[in-house]
Design a binder for this molecule. Structure first.
Ligand code: ZN
Length: 227
């Protein structure tokens, strides 16, 4: 394994100077206690004090989470909704927030072939190749991908994938339905495509990308070619 390049653009935490990805959620970034209510036309959900920034370009309502990276401890299992969406949407590296790695094989993503965590369907994709994988983890630049394979405890079988056509697919989060008594009932941890009629009833926490035209790549070879 080649040496890691020294990095001064990545936040570190604790005495062991563990790198903390830009998109990681910090425990001090509390979920803002916002009430979800029924729209006056009964056609979906809203915040009582909603502003245009609460919805994305598709009109989907997003969860409110305070933005204060560095507050408390990093929660390496969770991504901050705003920073996840920003990096995913603009194809920025989830660790350093610089442009993600892109070459003739496409954009670089790091998937875990063993586990289905944070909503990613990596387990299914392991059988069928990674073509069409739905992912919530944003892409990476090459040096950060190398860093992540060394430090990220959740990546037990990291697999580097390049996708020539990563496509914004939809959202991950909570779907609300109405009970017979007309109360809102949440259903957590669901994926919903941007074409789905239930979007007005969805509270998003992550942007979901579909990876098309995928190639599995060898990070070590790519990293050595870079030097
Ligand atoms: Zn990076």
């Amino acid at each position: 394994m080649p040496d890691l390049l020294p990095r001064d653009d990545v936040t570190t935490w604790g005495p062991r100077q563990v790198p903390v990805p830009y998109a990681t959620h910090w425990t001090g970034e509390d979920v803002t206690a916002s009430r979800i209510v029924l729209r006056p036309d009964f056609a979906g959900i809203r915040y009582p004090d909603e502003t245009p920034t609460d919805r994305d370009a598709h009109g989907v309502l997003w969860g409110r989470v305070r933005q204060d990276p560095g507050a408390g401890k990093p929660d390496f299992q969770a991504l901050h909704p705003n920073r996840q969406r920003r990096t995913m949407e603009h194809r920025l590296c989830q660790v350093c927030a610089q442009p993600a790695s892109h070459n003739r094989d496409g954009w670089l993503f790091l998937l875990n072939a063993d586990h289905d965590h944070n909503g990613d369907t990596d387990t299914d994709t392991d059988r069928a190749g990674f073509e069409g994988a739905l992912v919530t983890k944003p892409p990476l630049c090459l040096p950060c991908a190398q860093l992540a394979t060394h430090h990220c405890p959740h990546l037990t079988r990291p697999t580097a994938i390049r996708s020539r056509r990563p496509r914004v697919w939809g959202v991950f989060g909570t779907l609300y339905t109405l009970t017979p008594a007309a109360r809102l009932q949440p259903h957590h941890d669901l994926h919903l495509p941007y074409t789905h009629p239930a979007l007005p009833w969805f509270l998003a926490s992550q942007l979901v990308t579909e990876l098309k035209r995928c190639t599995t790549v060898d990070l070590t070879t790519e990293f050595q070619a870079l030097r």
